[in-house]
Design a binder for this molecule. Structure first.
Ligand code: CA
Ligand code: CA
Length: 174
């Protein structure tokens, strides 16, 4: 039983070593960009309008720092909170734009439609906007389904007409 395994020839052993080395190099090459990538776990996520990626961390500030890879400071346009009264204990979703972006005064045209809320779907219970931006929340993905009115700041989204706490699956910004 124990001797049923065929012994490798020197050439076969050599080929195995080469194959193992190739795997190690390939592994190093694929791991390099991954280790440079931002952390994607954590209850506080930033959606970047340029990269269209969610970057998450354990605090809103850490998520912003992880997202901001350039020397240019980013603008926070929107922050949604899982808790009412802008509480950060249970997660946030932040919309970030590069540089000093300011939303237009008019609601039309819509400036951004955000469909990637990750695990924050149906969690927003309060919202704060900045740089003259307002948000419109939607029941379903891709800005479909029933929508809220335009919201500037609201400490409890259930006070918005229709009741919008734990309901938004996507949103628009203008
Ligand atoms: Ca919530
Ligand atoms: Ca929804």
């Amino acid at each position: 039983m124990a001797e049923s395994k065929r012994k490798d020839s020197p050439l076969r052993r050599r080929l195995k070593v080469v194959a193992a080395l190739s795997l190690a190099v390939a592994g190093a090459l694929t791991l390099a960009p991954a280790s440079a990538q931002a952390e994607t776990t954590g209850d506080h996520c930033v959606y970047d309008i340029v990269t269209e990626e969610l970057t998450c961390a354990d605090t809103p500030e850490a998520a912003l720092a992880a997202n901001s890879v350039g020397i240019q400071a980013d603008s926070v346009l929107v922050r949604m909170y899982n808790d009412t009264n802008y509480g950060t204990a249970n997660g946030t979703h932040t919309l970030s734009a590069p540089g000093s972006y300011t939303c237009s005064a008019a609601y039309s045209p819509v400036e951004f439609t955000i469909t990637r809320m990750g695990s924050f779907v149906n969690k927003a219970s309060s919202v704060h906007t900045y740089h003259s931006c307002d948000v419109k929340l939607f029941d379903n993905e891709s800005a479909t389904g029933t929508s809220s009115t335009w919201i500037d700041n609201l400490a409890n989204l259930n006070t918005a007409a229709g009741g919008w706490s734990n309901r938004a699956s996507s949103y628009q910004v203008s």
